[in-house]
Design a protein around this ligand. Structure first.
Ligand SMILES: C[S@@+](CC[C@H](N)C(=O)[O-])C[C@H]1O[C@@H](n2cnc3c(N)ncnc32)[C@H](O)[C@@H]1O
Length: 416
């Protein structure tokens, strides 16, 4: 387990974009961006870029040869901002905790994470609490605009030049609208497991902000009939925005509690949820979970009580999914967490309590097998995918699928 904890505190070594096949994407433009950045970094090469599959673009780190002098001034940011910087983001104003009084616009600064959460917002002097270097950048916002306006500041406070992880600073704003999406590799694999096809009726039960929904729509050439549901109304607006951005029109979006999505006397798919039984060819249940697979996790505030709470809603969602699937239809269950309870434990519970669902291989099988001694035998462990750094002799895993966030995917078929 120590290996997993250490892995969780570090960012993955790759930046990954999902490429929208409904739009045009030109890799040469990306190379030009990196050539410009390489000049600023005083280095003659650019990061390796390659397609893992047509919809999955991998970008590696800058070479370890970059020589970098520390800046003299430092800025302190909260841990979630620091985690984003380590993955190649700029510092956004709400994340800034402290910076020296005399810093000028454009000055070079080293970015440090406030590891104990003890730095007071607006600190002017050097921070002496526990801190960790996460990158270097240029100041884009003055102290007075960050702390003295009486309102929550917004926008880029520090333009990151180089994160401590040496991942490139690249994001969707460098590209045309909807061309690419920054997405973790296992989330893309989850889309490949669903393998949405034209004319299929697909339910995405927990869809916001719609990152997987748009993938399913794109892979079906915008020709599946996708119902995307999320419980939270504001989040549902994000699904609509995302679909619009990606030129996706085959998605019907609803704010609804998916645990209540089954009602035998409802009229069918046309009128929105709830739905009667045997409606869907495929269901994606990307479940609400403890999220403990996120990387890097610099601190974690999850309590044991919170940790215990997720399995109950996950069970209710699986029971509902089993009703809504057509016989022969498939359920893809996924989480972005590492706990046994929410992953292998949930599969074992499903096989025990819901006899109409059988476990089948979640192909393409790119992540590792499920954990042993968690209720699954070896043949069942081999049917699921657990994204983790641990080598398991049951199934070797390529490095790129081990240096991801922690994630889990299982697939069931409805047999009666
Ligand atoms: C892991 S996130 C989904 C991420 C999404 N699939 C994507 O790839 O963009 C889980 C989502 O489940 C939603 N959720 C939680 N309980 C729900 C329920 N009972 N019914 C519908 N959605 C729910 C949350 O609001 C959250 O947006």
């Amino acid at each position: 387990m120590k290996e997993v904890y250490e892995w969780l505190t570090k960012p993955p070594k790759y930046t990954i974009f999902r490429v929208n096949k409904l739009k045009q994407f030109n890799c040469e433009e990306l190379k030009k961006i990196f050539i410009t950045q390489s000049k600023k970094l005083n280095i003659n090469e650019i990061p390796n870029i390659y397609f893992l599959k047509p919809d999955c673009l991998i970008i590696e780190q800058w070479s370890s040869d970059i020589q970098f002098e520390n800046a003299e001034k430092e800025i302190i940011v909260d841990v979630s901002c620091a985690a984003a910087v380590l993955r190649g983001a700029h510092v956004f104003a709400p994340g800034v905790m402290g910076l020296p009084a005399n810093l000028q616009l454009g000055e070079r600064v080293d970015i440090y994470a406030d590891m104990d959460g003890q730095c007071k917002r607006g600190l002017k002097v050097k921070y002496n609490g526990k801190k960790m270097y996460v990158g270097t950048g240029y100041l884009k916002m003055l102290r007075c605009d960050l702390f003295d306006k009486g309102v929550q500041p917004s926008g880029i406070a520090v333009e990151t030049l180089l994160p401590g992880s040496r991942l490139p600073v690249i994001n969707e704003t460098f590209f045309n609208k909807g061309e690419v999406l920054l997405q973790n590799l296992p989330s893309i694999v989850c889309g490949w497991v669903v393998n949405a096809q034209p004319k299929e009726y697909i339910l995405d039960m927990c869809a916001a902000p719609g990152n997987k929904t748009t993938h399913l729509a794109e892979m079906s050439d915008n020709q599946a009939i996708i119902i995307a549901i999320d419980k939270t109304a504001q989040k549902v607006d994000r699904i609509r925005e995302n679909c619009e951005k990606h030129d996706v029109t085959c998605v019907h979006v609803y704010a609804f509690d998916s645990t209540k999505c089954y009602y035998e006397n409802s009229e069918g798919i046309q009128n929105g949820p709830p739905y009667p039984s045997n409606c869907f060819d495929k269901i994606l249940l990307d479940a609400p979970c403890s999220g403990l697979g996120q990387r890097p996790q610099l601190v974690n505030k999850m309590t044991p009580k919170m940790l215990q709470s997720y399995k109950f809603v996950q069970r209710k969602l699986i029971i509902t999914a089993a009703e809504l699937l057509k016989v022969g239809g498939v359920l893809i269950y996924s989480t972005c967490t590492v706990t046994e309870d929410e992953n292998e434990g949930m599969v074992a519970w499903t096989l025990d309590k819901i006899p109409c669902l059988n476990l089948i291989p979640a192909e393409p099988l790119l992540g590792g097998p499920g954990l042993p001694n968690c209720g699954l035998d070896d043949s069942q462990r081999l049917m699921v995918q657990r994204f983790s750094p641990i080598d398991d002799p049951l199934r070797p895993v390529k490095h790129i699928y081990k240096d991801t966030i922690g994630f889990f995917i299982a697939k069931f078929i409805k047999v009666k």
